[in-house]
Design a protein around this ligand. Structure first.
Ligand code: EPU
Length: 434
């Protein structure tokens, strides 16, 4: 199993280029199930979750070309000859986002058999709201042997109010509603840029969607969708991770090919901490100017502070002046990184869904273990400022969502290397789904 060996102390300088957003690419690939025609997606990140989704679609009979390389990162997906409408436990257990195929399959094929995802490292994460919404659209859903079986002749438009804001739930029902008969109104929707990106792709495919990015989305169902070409939005979480890396190491880094508008909550928080950040065009420049001040943060749905940046922010808080309180409001168990940071010398006290972080603690390199994608990123960040060498185990978690992170970090001055590549890169079997 791969590990990262990181020697701390180098400020990050130069320019790092941000990849396409994993969490936008995954629903976009699922959207290809809605049409017989090819869907071409550009700016696809080269991460393991994309490979998992490719396997998922291929197992259904889809033709998926996935090409990486200079200026490519493109996939062409053609779902003309689907042989089954099933997402197996083997794949769903490695990636929860596999459940995004449920809505499109029922809408286009009239049936779907999708494994329930089971437990997750960061919280319970049920998909009850996806199921309830599909039932409101007229699907008949049964659950047996760990699978959801859904049937519908043709889905019918409905008025659906999400009891809780859910990102993939919004995406799943949005896709289903595109082919439903009549109008669907989705209320209390997630407003994440990834939802907006999906709606933009679906509209290019011939869907009639209005209001994506606001709490209310209206969809006029159409008989069929066609192929389209679409460029995936930049990954705001990858961008945010590099921005914090620069703030932490006191570097001077340009984070390019990103969308600064999607980073507002993070950039505002960093300004509050006294970090110098400036956004121009598709780039954010971060200049480290001494130690940041601590500031409290509470995760919220977009446009609030993202839960996917909470772990990385906590690494920064360990080095900031004063005490910072980090409150996690989205997931019930997303502080797994805290104990690993403590092993590196951080002073963090967990009180329910709050973490009290006392700043300015000297970190020292240690052997630590990654527990999920964003937790792994926070350990990499801490290691960049720790004294001596840190060895991070289970980096397959980070490979799920960060493209060549070690190469990108090395390119801007970090001392990081990957060891133990006994199996081909990014192919090591994961143990939990996040
Ligand atoms: N929830 C329910 N019922 C549902 C769906 C969600 O109770 O049917 C709850 C969840 O348990 C959670 C809250 O609602 O407490 C929000 O979950 P949400 O459904 O929004 O999360 P998700 O769609 O499963 C996506 C991202 C996550 C990100 C969250 C929150 C993708 C593929 N995943 O997950 O990304 O943390 O939204 O922003 O888009 C990551 O990239 O590391 C990651 C975990």
């Amino acid at each position: 199993m791969d590990k990262f060996v990181i020697r701390g102390g180098n400020p990050l300088t130069g320019t790092v280029r941000i990849s396409g957003a994993k969490n936008a690419a995954l629903p976009a690939m699922a959207a290809a199930l809605l049409t017989e025609e090819p869907v071409i997606l550009e700016n696809i990140p080269q991460v393991r979750d994309i490979e998992t989704e490719r396997k998922l679609l291929v197992a259904m009979g889809a033709d998926v070309e996935l090409g990486y390389g200079r200026a490519q990162h493109r996939t062409t997906i053609c779902c003309r000859n689907l042989v089954n409408a099933e997402a197996s436990y083997e794949l769903v257990k490695t990636m929860r986002a596999s459940t995004l195929v449920l809505g499109p399959l029922v809408a286009r094929m009239g049936h779907a058999r999708v494994s329930l995802p089971g437990g997750c490292a960061i919280g319970a994460r049920p998909i009850d709201l996806h199921i309830k919404g599909l039932e409101q659209l007229g699907a008949v859903i049964a659950q047996e042997h760990g699978y959801i079986e859904a049937q519908a002749e043709r889905l019918k438009g409905a008025h659906i109010l999400f009891e809780k804001i859910t990102v993939t739930g919004t995406e799943d029902l949005l896709m289903a509603a595109t082919l439903a008969e009549g109008e669907t109104v989705l209320e209390n929707c997630a407003r994440e840029p990834e939802v907006v990106d999906l709606a933009s792709l679906l509209n290019k495919m011939g869907a009639r969607i209005e209001g994506a990015g606001t709490p209310t989305i209206r969809v006029q169902g159409v008989e069929r969708l066609r192929g389209a070409r679409h460029r995936i939005v930049p990954d705001r979480i990858e961008a945010g991770t590099f921005i914090i890396a620069a703030a932490l190491t006191g570097g001077d880094l340009s984070v390019s090919s990103c969308e600064p508008r999607h980073l507002d909550a993070l950039l505002q928080k960093l300004e509050e901490c006294g970090v110098q950040v400036s956004a121009t065009g598709d780039s954010v420049r971060v200049s480290g100017n001494g130690r940041p001040k601590g500031a409290d943060v509470a995760t919220q749905e977009y446009p609030g502070f993202p839960t996917d940046m909470q772990a990385q922010y906590m690494a920064l808080a360990t080095q900031a002046e004063g005490t910072s309180v980090v409150t996690e409001n989205i997931f019930e168990n997303r502080f797994m990184h805290a104990q690993e940071l403590v092993r590196m010398g951080a002073d963090i006290r967990i009180e329910g869904h709050r973490a009290v972080v006392r700043g300015r603690t000297a970190l020292s390199g240690a052997a630590v273990q990654a527990s999920d994608l964003r937790a792994s990123a926070s350990l990499v960040l801490a290691a960049l400022v720790a004294e001596g060498e840190t060895i991070i185990d289970r980096v397959y978690h980070i490979d799920r969502g960060y493209e060549r992170i070690e190469e990108k970090l090395r390119g801007v001055g970090a001392q990081i290397r990957r060891i133990g590549e006994l199996l081909p890169k990014r192919m090591v079997a994961p143990e939990v789904a996040v």
